[in-house]
Structure formats: C-alpha cells, structure tokens
Write a protein that binds this ligand. Structure first.
Ligand SMILES: Nc1ncnc2c1ncn2[C@@H]1O[C@H](COP(=O)(O)OP(=O)(O)OP(=O)(O)O)[C@@H](O)[C@H]1O
Length: 251
C-alpha cells in the first residue's frame, strides 16, 4: 500500500480551517421508536482530532448513534452540534463505512470514478486511491468479485475519495480475517494521523486497544462512560464496561 496524494488531506485541512465542524458537542440526545427509548439522554464532546471507539453490548444503540451523528436520522430530542452546524447540513463533509460494503455493480476503478465525479473531485486521484488500499491490480475487475476484505478496502477508498473531515466506521472488520483486519486498521490509522477525525464502532477489544484514543461505552442507550483509552482498558470506570471486557478474550 502506498501513499494517497497529499492533495487529499490538504483539502481536508483547508476546509476545516474555513468553517470547522469540530469539536462536536452532543447534548441530551434521545431517540424513541414509539414507546421504546433506544437512546436516552446521551451527551458527550469529541475533540478535533483522534480516534473514538464506540463500544457496548448488542442493541445498546451504537449504530443508531452513528446515524444521528452523521445526520442520516433526526433525534426525538436533543442536539448534535458540529461546530455550530446541524448534523444534516454537514453530512457531505463526512463519510460512513458500514459492516457490509455498499458497492456499485461496476468495476473496482469505476466505483472510485463514480464518487470522484459525483463529488466533483479530481478524477486523476483514482489510481493513487486504489494503490493506497492495495487494489491497483484489481482495478478492472467487477467489484462484486472482490473478497470481503478487498470489498471493504474499496469501500474505504470510496469514503476517502470524498475528502471526509470525519470518517465513521460501523464494525467494518466484523467478518474479516486477521490480515484483512490489520490492513483496514492501517488505512484508518493513517487517515487519523493525517487529521481525519475517526469515530469507529467495534466489538473487537484488540482492535479498540490498537486504534482508540478514547472509548465511548454505551449500555442500554446511555453512556456508561467516556474515558481515555489509556485509562479505559486497564481500569474501566463503569461496571457495565468491566463486565463487557471480562466476558471477552482481550488480545
Ligand atoms: N427502526 C427501528 N425501530 C425500532 N427499534 C429499532 C430500530 N432500529 C433499531 N432499533 C432498536 O434500537 C436498539 C439499538 O440498535 P442499534 O442497531 O443502534 O444497536 P447496536 O448497539 O449497534 O447493536 P449491535 O452491536 O448488535 O450492532 C436495538 O434494540 C434495536 O432493536
């Protein structure tokens, strides 16, 4: 894997200077489906840089929280404040990668071309993006023939093609082998180091240890704790996080 063009991350830095969307302030967020309250008074702040891992048991509200932060859903109450901007007004300055990659039924290269064109980005960046995620040799192959790990790397390249200031990832490596997991982590870690704000949902404790600057731990729709990674793993503050970590193999 090689470097992406410097212009990709320059674009991120320049836009962030003009009208910053970070830090993020989330206040008293509530999400209801009928009578059921699935997020209940969630408040937290995220700084301008780094990688936040969102962890918590199945059904605790992690994916829904990502969708609210990204402006794909509206909360029942409360506020998502991206530097004074409402979430649904800055969606195109962010990208979301799902557990199951969403790809077009076209070639690998055409998947990138489509995004670059739709977002009016420099078409010449395609080859460097494919190279960055290790897919140059598959450029002309139909995307549907990619392995799970390759498809997820293409999904990441598509996300990076949009010059996101914030990159959301929702369990992107849940069904991948260890080498593919590390390949994805290397790309995400590189983006983080170049200033892209990462917000990453995972159940993989080893992955969280490798990538996290801070951990936001959800339990039944509420924040059990939001702790620096260096403190969270040796000594989680909440009983919920202690139970969760004790129930898993920590790599
Ligand atoms: N459209 C919906 N209508 C009603 N309930 C929903 C809807 N979408 C999600 N939920 C419920 O909201 C809760 C939180 O869902 P969410 O997908 O955010 O959990 P999660 O923490 O991401 O879980 P997992 O770790 O299993 O992916 C779950 O109980 C889920 O059943």
């Amino acid at each position: 894997m090689s470097d992406v063009p410097a212009t990709l991350y320059q674009a991120v830095a320049l836009r962030a200077q003009v009208a910053p969307i970070l830090p993020l302030a989330v206040r008293d967020l509530v999400l209801r489906f009928g009578e059921e309250v699935v997020l209940d008074g969630v408040s937290f702040d995220l700084g301008a840089t780094g990688c936040t891992m969102i962890m918590g048991p199945n059904g605790s509200g992690k994916s829904l929280l990502l969708k609210l932060l990204h402006g794909l859903m509206q909360p029942s109450a409360g506020r998502v404040d991206w530097g004074g901007h409402a979430a649904n007004t800055v969606t195109d300055r962010q990208a979301l990668v799902f557990q199951k990659p969403v790809l077009l039924r076209r070639s690998v290269a055409a998947n990138i071309d489509f995004v670059l064109k739709a977002r009016r980005k420099d078409a010449g960046r395609r080859d460097a993006l494919l190279d960055h995620v290790g897919l140059s040799h598959k450029a002309s192959q139909p995307a549907r023939l990619l392995s799970g790990g390759e498809a997820q790397r293409l999904a990441l390249a598509r996300a990076l093609a949009t010059d996101p200031e914030v990159l959301f990832l929702d369990e992107p490596t849940a069904s991948l082998d260890p080498a593919s997991v590390l390949a994805i982590e290397a790309i995400v870690g590189d983006a983080r180091n170049r200033g892209v704000r990462i917000v990453f949902v995972t159940h993989d404790t080893g992955q969280a240890r490798r990538l996290a600057d801070d951990v936001l731990f959800l339990q039944r729709g509420s924040i059990a704790e939001h702790t620096r990674a260096a403190d969270f793993f040796p000594e989680p503050q909440s009983q919920a996080a202690r139970d969760y970590l004790n129930g898993r193999i920590v790599v």
